[in-house]
Design a protein around this ligand. Structure first.
Ligand SMILES: Nc1ncnc2c1ncn2[C@@H]1O[C@H](COP(=O)(O)OP(=O)(O)OP(=O)(O)O)[C@@H](O)[C@H]1O
Ligand SMILES: [Mg+2]
Length: 187
């Protein structure tokens, strides 16, 4: 993860010349299930003035069939899905965009970066109990503790060398989006 003092677009070196505007970011909103990717992602896109794409929409039909039958996806299933998201991200290079994708493992993020080298990550982080409560409210029943536990067990947070920011999801969605957009503008 980078900090506010890195990644800035420098001027062209001509004394007195205005610094060129930074190219719009392509952002992947990541985090465990129920952390608010689908809720916050479009708000971040609006704040940045770029389009939003829902990561779930990139699954090939075989994955949808598998998930519909209650079978968890494995990493081989995820490869074409990640590649489709990566292709979208690459297509937005220089123009900006926001796409949701849990991207829990570094290997998944490596695959996205391989497809779209300039991509940055917005990690929505939150307390397990808070997220479990929101998931229960969304689905109208208690989600299985096991599913959320497995998501947290799988999660590999952004490394120090990964471009991105982490934002806590305790506040209202609009506040999260505002903080996220500000943090993303600063990297
Ligand atoms: N900041 C927030 N404050 C209150 N409720 C929220 C907030 N963010 C999300 N929610 C609610 O939490 C639930 C989960 O959010 P959402 O569906 O956006 O998560 P997600 O990360 O997209 O989950 P999934 O990985 O399952 O797609 C929804 O019911 C949503 O309305
Ligand atoms: Mg979602």
């Amino acid at each position: 993860m980078t900090t506010a003092d890195s990644g800035a677009v420098p001027g062209d070196g001509t004394p007195g010349a205005p610094a060129p505007a930074a190219a719009p970011r392509v952002v992947v909103v990541m985090g465990v299930a129920g952390t608010g990717k689908t809720t916050v992602g479009p708000l971040v896109a609006d704040a940045l003035g770029v389009p939003y794409a829902e990561g779930d929409d990139f699954h090939p039909p075989a994955n949808i069939a598998k998930m519909s039958s209650g079978t968890p996806l494995d990493d081989a299933d995820r490869a074409p899905w990640l590649d489709a998201i990566g292709a979208w991200a690459r297509g937005r290079a220089g123009r900006g965009g926001v796409v949701s994708c849990s991207a829990l493992k570094r290997a998944y993020r490596d695959r996205l970066r391989a497809a779209a080298p300039g991509v940055v990550f917005l990690h929505l982080t939150g307390d397990r109990e808070l997220i479990a409560g929101r998931m229960a409210a969304r689905k109208g029943h208690f989600m299985t503790t096991r599913l959320l536990d497995s998501q947290f067990a799988t999660l590999e947070p952004l490394g120090a060398d990964e471009a991105g920011v982490a934002v806590d999801v305790a506040p209202a969605a609009a506040v999260i989006a505002e903080r996220a957009a500000a943090a993303l503008r600063s990297i």
